[in-house]
Design a protein around this ligand. Structure first.
Ligand code: AMP
Ligand code: ZN
Length: 468
């Protein structure tokens, strides 16, 4: 399996640090609003990378954070007159709902920055002790020039960066030793959330969060670190500086970055008004269509979002879903006869589509070509399966399509509507499990219902439910 490493600017063979295992960190969103379809791109792309690695037999430890302390969250909290945690908790829940609807698997761990402050203080301490950071009146800065390899990820030259920055008069930053030094810890302002620290009551800088959460949940050296291309500089460059200076080891072996999603060939932005949340799209389409659309391009190519392309994705996905339905109905009527020699030979031919799919994915996760292989397999199935086919033959083709689509995170079996009575029955079973203090089973039932779009709410009057 080859993947393009931003660090070396080359495709490299993937060799995990530990055989059979993959440790992967993906920078998650700042939760102050509903996520937009740009944020959805790394979620879908790297979830697909994870699924493919799992298909290949790797055990993947996938960590993706929520940045739940940040200027924008605080601004929104002030605007609404509530605590910052009200805002972040609200939008984490909304984000998880969008992820579920896009069939993005929950991470092994979704750490929250506000729960990891101790680790951040500890890492900042170590950096100060080692001479890589300094405190000025309560603000702690990273001493960028002390790290010789600064710039290695973004392939930027330190001198160019410095001369570019010198002209920037950043207010309140005159106390820095060097314009490129960045904040690790900053004093609180009135009304902001803060934590005590040896330097002042305050809060962490953004970059230190990911260094600490990655170390805590994956270790000092990890296989893959990923995010959108806008994070290469300064966020990931700064993460490398912090982690490598603190731990004395290479932070991540492979750095993967997705290109941006544009709208009508222009950069998506709030100010231009060409901005869609995932929820906007969900009002018109099943979010599987959005997922399919994202995977129709290579993750390192800029992708343009337009109504026409979404319609094309919808019909593309429909073609697969219809083929699956046809195969299922053929299965229902097929004879339990032995697979004929002719069918056996067709099944051997069909293996070529899986090989093509794998070759595409092995080549830096070329999902565009992988999708083409699925289309070819669908066409092959449509042509060769019929009323006279044996059940085993039809079943094998169906399973082959299901397996490949599952790697892409596409659910091909159209959902059967869950009936009110079935929901009530499951709720009764959950109550019984709770009574027996079998909370694991109770949670399992809640999750099972959630997966079917049923949200439970425990109230004083009992359990209420609604269709999400
Ligand atoms: P943020 O909440 O801005 O830190 O973004 C969360 C993730 O979404 C990061 O990995 C960003 O790089 C990514 N991202 C933001 N906007 C876009 C976009 N228009 N296209 C692709 N990725 C994006
Ligand atoms: Zn990060």
């Amino acid at each position: 399996m080859k993947l393009y490493n931003t660090l070396s600017k080359q495709k490299e063979e993937f060799v995990p640090l530990e055989p059979g295992k993959v440790s992967m960190y993906v920078c998650g969103p700042t939760v102050y609003n509903l996520i937009h379809i740009g944020n959805a791109r790394p979620m879908i792309v790297f979830d697909t990378v994870r699924r493919y690695m799992e298909y290949k037999g790797y055990e993947v430890n996938y960590v993706s954070n929520f940045t739940d302390v940040d200027d924008k969250i605080i601004a929104k909290a002030i605007e609404e007159g509530v605590d910052a945690s009200v805002i972040s908790e609200r939008y984490i829940a909304e984000c998880k709902k969008d992820m579920a609807d896009m069939n993005v698997k929950p991470a092994t761990t979704h750490p929250l920055a506000t729960q990891e402050i101790d680790g951040m203080i500890h890492m900042i301490h170590t950096l100060i002790d080692k001479g890589f950071a300094y405190d000025v009146n309560g603000t702690v800065y990273f001493r960028t020039r002390k790290f010789d390899e600064y710039g290695k990820l973004s392939h930027k030259n330190l001198d160019d960066l410095r001369s570019g920055n010198r002209s920037l008069k950043v207010t309140g930053e005159a106390q820095k030793e060097d314009p490129l030094d960045f904040v690790l810890w900053k004093p609180k302002k009135e009304g902001e959330p803060s934590w005590p620290s040896p330097w002042c009551d305050g809060r962490p800088g953004w970059h230190i969060e990911c260094s600490v959460m990655s170390k805590k949940y994956l270790g000092e050296e990890i296989d893959i670190h990923a995010g959108g291309e806008d994070l290469v500089f300064p966020h990931h460059e700064n993460e490398i500086a912090q982690s490598e200076c603190c731990n004395g080891k290479q932070f991540a072996k492979y750095w993967l970055h997705n290109a941006f999603l544009n709208i009508d060939n222009r950069k998506m932005s709030k100010s231009l008004g060409n901005f869609f949340t995932v929820r906007d799209i969900a009002a018109k389409y099943d979010l599987q269509v959005l997922r399919f659309f994202m995977l129709s391009a290579h993750y390192r190519s800029p992708l343009n979002f337009s109504a026409e392309l979404m319609e094309a994705s919808k019909s593309g996905l429909d073609r697969i879903l219809t083929a699956v339905e046809n195969l299922k109905s053929l299965m229902g009527n097929a004879a339990e006869t032995a697979v004929t020699d002719a069918e056996q030979s067709l099944l051997s031919q069909a293996v070529a589509y899986t090989e093509k799919f794998e070759a595409a994915m092995d080549d830096d996760f070329n999902t565009a070509d992988a999708v083409s292989a699925v289309f070819e397999l669908v066409k092959f199935a449509n042509t060769n399966a019929g009323a006279e086919s044996s059940r085993t033959f039809v079943n094998q083709l169906l399973e082959q399509i299901r397996t490949l689509c599952d790697i892409l995170g596409l659910i091909v079996d159209r959902e059967e509507e869950i009936l009110d009575q079935d929901i009530e029955d499951l709720i009764a079973q959950r109550q019984a499990a709770r009574k027996e203090r079998n909370f694991a089973r109770a949670d399992e039932i809640r999750d099972e219902l959630l997966a079917k779009g049923i949200v439970l709410e425990d109230t004083r009057e009992g359990v209420k439910w609604k269709r999400a």
